[in-house]
Design a protein around this ligand. Structure first.
Ligand SMILES: [Zn+2]
Ligand SMILES: [Zn+2]
Length: 316
């Protein structure tokens, strides 16, 4: 029967195709180019290094997130896209790196690292010959972070095989990503176990952006965050790891210090309204009530602050 023959041919074509394994999915060069050029930042993840669900966690949020992918939260990372220059950048290479390439619109042209805690650089492993076998992908970091990568496996193999090309930049020295996009690393106090830690201040054509996912305490910083957030055009993503000091049962957060979200809001806004800058909390631990408590989120938003959201885009 001709029909059956045709369906057989179609079926064998289909089987022939599928036997070659999954087809490489074409990634659009730019995810949402509005045609006007410009520079965009895109939030690629909002969780602390362990993500949500968190290994070993039996709280309802993590249990639900294991069943329901819509409740999962990727590890904090930010994408920068310069549409006119045709270039993309990633700040922090997280353990979720492979899943963050799609919302970035494709592979990054360079990566900026903040520090050597697992949520912020483990994604580099994807660049080695086991996976991407990248060719001299520029990685911007401080001399201390560069030393860590050059001296320790498996990272030193990425350097030796030229999968990555380390671009050491001293904190405080601005560097150019594209003619419309510049960045500078700013030293922040943090548990500097394997490297020092920087935040990044990124300057686009219209506004500046601060990416500061980890800091021990605001008062230990040699800068005043209150001064930075006075800048109206600033878009700030800041450490929102913990909401309250008792949220990790059986562990003291003195060993893993971070400013608590209410402390940060008080410091930024005093008793009055939020500061002029647009401020979003990022790097939320799986225990942070802002991930599950709608009333706490509403109260934070009422005070003029926000919680970073995966997929949010901002014109820089
Ligand atoms: Zn972290
Ligand atoms: Zn850290």
């Amino acid at each position: 029967m001709p029909v059956r023959l045709i369906s057989g041919v179609i079926l064998s074509l289909f089987l022939g195709l599928s036997s070659r394994g999954p087809q490489a999915r074409e990634i659009p060069r730019f995810a949402r180019d509005d045609g006007k050029g410009g520079v965009e930042a895109v939030v690629l993840g909002i969780a602390q290094d362990g993500g949500v669900p968190h290994l070993g966690c039996r709280q309802p949020l993590c249990v639900e997130a294991r069943r329901d992918p819509s409740k999962r939260r990727l590890v904090a990372s930010l994408g920068l896209i310069d549409h006119a220059a045709g270039r993309r950048f990633l700040i922090d290479a997280t353990p979720d790196f492979a899943r963050q390439v799609d919302p970035l619109g494709g592979l990054p042209d360079a990566i900026l690292l903040t520090h050597a805690h697992i949520g912020h650089y483990l994604g580099l492993a994807q660049l080695g010959r086991e996976v991407l076998n990248a060719k001299r992908l520029p990685v911007y970091c401080t001399p201390s972070m560069a030393r860590f990568l050059r001296e320790n496996g498996p990272w030193k193999r990425l350097v030796a095989l030229e999968n990555i090309e380390i671009r050491e930049v001293e904190p405080g020295r601005e560097f150019e990503l594209t003619p419309s996009l510049h960045a500078v690393g700013i030293r922040v106090p943090h548990r500097d176990e394997d490297s020092d830690t920087v935040a990044y201040l990124v300057t686009g054509p219209r506004r500046r952006l601060l990416w500061l996912p980890d800091i021990d305490k605001w008062e230990q910083w040699d800068r005043k965050i209150e001064d930075l957030v006075r800048e109206k055009a600033l878009l700030a993503f800041v450490d929102g790891t913990f909401f309250s000091a008792d949220e990790i049962p059986g562990r003291s957060i003195a060993a893993i210090p971070h400013p608590l979200v209410p402390e940060t809001m008080a410091r930024f806004g005093g008793k009055g309204p939020a500061p002029p800058a647009e401020v979003y909390f990022v790097h939320l631990n799986h225990t942070n009530r802002l991930l599950r408590d709608a009333a706490a989120r509403r109260e934070l938003e009422r005070r003029g602050f926000g919680i970073a959201k995966e997929g949010s885009r901002f014109r820089l």
